[in-house]
Design a binder for this molecule. Structure first.
Ligand code: SF4
Length: 277
């Protein structure tokens, strides 16, 4: 299993440099974070951002939302789809006003008392609003933790809390989200630019299983495949520095040149490597 403290430090360092600038990361208002989480559950980030601002302008607090009609909530949800979510938010607001004086509870157990809030959303509010070391395991987070720690996806839920850095739970949760969304993708993860490559071991079949062990992992065939997999996974137009690529594949510069000679990749005069056009 990967070393937990090294994974924490590598991921938090990467997040400090690469974090996406998202509006719900600038607040600790639990209601605003709840709104963002519910919107993000079935809608892309780019589409959520304007709707998030508009919703909070229309209903700035839980009390404002509870005081509006269900029809108002559904109207304000226009353009987001899956309208049942608007009704769910409205019901949560009504319950929070009736049971908690218009505030959201701080604990996961308290949040789960509100009908419409499940384990993922409760964890997200507890972590992102109250900065508590609570896990929130969605499909992205499950995939990242499964790959990094080499465990089956079904086992992630029960181990996720144990790897949270207690002093940096908020950033850890956000970093897992970003890594899962942009780097550790479902197919063709961008392992070569991943901050966890050295801890994780690099590309492997999906589903959390480790790449072939033993002899195969030191064979030319393995490294040739790995070099090409990494180039294949790069966004269009991106190159990799030859030295950086070599470092990530245990110094196998010979294989990079061999692949170039075979026409499977190109190395330009600035020692940048890419797939052939
Ligand atoms: S090295 Fe690859 S598989 Fe491992 S976490 Fe990074 S992108 Fe995912």
């Amino acid at each position: 299993m990967a070393d937990v403290s090294r994974v924490q430090s590598a991921l938090l360092g990467w997040y400090a440099r690469e974090a996406r600038d998202l509006p719900w990361r600038k607040t600790r208002d639990p209601y605003a974070i709840l709104v963002a989480e519910v919107m993000l559950q079935q809608t892309q980030v780019d589409r959520v951002i304007p709707k998030y601002h508009a919703w909070l302008a229309r209903f700035p607090t839980l009390g404002d939302l509870a005081g509006a009609s269900r029809a108002d909530a559904i109207r304000a949800w226009q353009g987001l789809g899956y309208n049942r979510r608007a009704v769910r938010l409205h019901e949560i607001a009504s319950q929070a006003v009736a049971a908690f004086g218009g505030k959201l509870p701080r604990s996961v157990d308290g949040l789960l008392r509100l009908k419409g809030i499940g384990r993922y959303t409760a964890g997200a509010v507890a972590c992102f609003a109250y900065e508590q070391p609570e896990p929130m395991v969605d499909t992205n987070v499950r995939r990242v933790l499964s790959r990094v720690f080499g465990i089956e996806p079904a086992g992630v839920e029960s181990m996720a809390a144990s790897v949270i850095p207690r002093a940096d739970a908020w950033a850890w949760g956000q970093a897992l989200m970003d890594l899962g969304a942009g780097v550790c993708r479902v197919s063709q993860p961008l392992c070569l630019i991943c901050p966890l490559l050295h801890e994780c071991g690099g590309p492997r079949p999906s589903g959390g299983r480790r790449a072939p062990a033993g002899e195969f992992r030191s064979s030319n065939r393995y490294f040739r495949g790995r070099i090409l997999d990494e180039l294949r996974g790069l966004p269009t137009g991106r190159h990799l520095e030859l030295d950086a690529l070599a470092e990530r594949v245990e110094g196998r510069v010979d294989l990079i040149h061999a692949l170039a000679a075979e026409g499977l990749l190109e190395i330009d005069s600035n020692r940048r490597v890419k797939l052939p056009e």
